[in-house]
Design a protein around this ligand. Structure first.
Ligand SMILES: [Mg+2]
Length: 108
């Protein structure tokens, strides 16, 4: 599915509605508030669409963080996934894991 909204359109909307995003700390704090809402949605019996909406809210604020710092979150994700794909990983048994640091041989 082709997305309608972009980092640019989201950031332009937010700046129009809220004004310029304050500091990186405030923007990350706002993202953390949305993450807390996502955690509440994930740990309750709320309908799944609320989980999806809260996940979107987190990404929306992260797009704003990227925009105020002059980088593309989508490009950063592509670059980070390229790195992730060549890293070594440990599994924690929950369907998640941590990458093994080459310099220390430990997972983090
Ligand atoms: Mg929310």
């Amino acid at each position: 599915m082709m997305r309608t909204e972009t980092q640019e359109s989201i950031s332009a909307w937010a700046e129009h509605v809220f004004g310029p995003a304050g500091s990186n700390a405030r923007t990350v704090g706002r993202a953390n508030e949305e993450m807390a809402e996502l955690i509440r949605a994930a740990t309750s019996d709320r309908p799944i669409h609320e989980l999806v909406e809260e996940a979107a809210d987190v990404v929306i604020v992260l797009y704003r963080l990227a925009a105020r710092n002059g980088y593309s979150l989508d490009a950063a994700i592509d670059a980070k996934m390229a790195l992730n794909r060549i890293r070594k990983w440990t599994k924690d048994g929950t369907g998640h894991g941590y990458h093994v640091r080459a310099d220390k041989g430990e997972a983090r």
